[in-house]
Design a protein around this ligand. Sequence first.
Ligand SMILES: [Zn+2]
Length: 427
Amino acid sequence: MTTARSVGAAGVGGWLAMVLLTVACGSQPTAVPAARASGVTALVGGRVQPSPDAATIADGVVLISQGVITAVGTRAEIAVPPGAIVIDCAGTTVTSGFWNSHVHFTGLAFQQADLAPADGLTEALRAMLTSWGVVHAVDTGSFLDNTLALRRRVESGEIPGPSIRTAGSGFAPVGGSPYYIWPARLPELTNPDTTPAAVNGSLDRGADVLKLFTGSWARRDLIVVMPVDLVRAATDAAHRRGKLVLAHPSNSAGARAAIEGGVDVLVHTFPSELDRRPWDRELPHMMIERKMGLVPTLKLFPSELRKAGLPANVIETVLGIARDQLRAFAEGGGQVLFGTDVGYIADYDPTDEYVYMSQAGLSYAQILASLTTAPATRFGAAGRTGRLAIGFDADVVVLEGDPAGDIRALARVRTTMRAGRVIAGRM
Ligand SMILES: [Zn+2]
């Protein structure tokens, strides 16, 4: 454990700081409302990366008060106020809390989220998200009422967890419910006239975004593509209410339907071992022109294909196509949003995703942007989070090591803070 000490630990303020400090050093993040309740917390001596495009501050200081960042700078510039809780961050990198823009709260551990014991839900959130630095999660498909119940308990402060935006169940084309969620079936969009009512119904029930399966794995050997007029009817309905539309593409035809139909974000790259033709290289440019976002989910492909028993050469080819698609999109300046499809895939460790993204040519700064500034911008939160800046929410991750030198360090999370509260890890 790193040392954390209270400065000027005399009098009532010092006593309070010591009590809070004791709590903060415990291993149970459920018991750590510390930073929000205290005066000032100072993260001192780390390599501070205020944002992906800002210069790194060696031996930096971040001050946090009342859940908000109050100072960011060098140790020489920033005076740590007496009585502050000082956290020694030497050897770490301190940056903004991460987003995972493709998750699912469909696992057993999240069921009956309205009634389930808080400890179990906390542990499930920690295992899947918060222990990997995730402070903001975009749920791209789950049981809407259940996810809203989970979010209520997180937002009440009962359960330490990330902010959650949810798509609810999403919509499939006719005959296009994904085979892998069987026996569950998704609602289908059948014609453009009835589509707005279906979309409005989902948004009325509390969905924050709309999810479409514009290309859907109806069977292991069949991808059903949603007709573009249906995609358009759905995106128009969502956009009229100011809501974003996310799409699951599956292959080039499914991606094209999403792009031509006005979708905002593809939640996967779209390599398919079923495609008999080369992937459609026009698509990344069309996406960039339309200012779309892309969640690569590269690790998903080897994970799925291994499960299906496909040989290593096929797996490498499909992953290679996904990397090429990401490379073409990122090189053209497209907005990449980090996401791993956890909750669908059971291996929560994002290390491989970072490695694959870097193999696709993305720099440390680009990968960090996909975790912070890009999703904050896409999901309308860039005025409050995504950077370490004065007045911003104290959404902070403390990483062991330096991800600029080794991208895997993005997965070595010591501490995750949301609005100044430690939601995973330790101080
Ligand atoms: Zn998914």
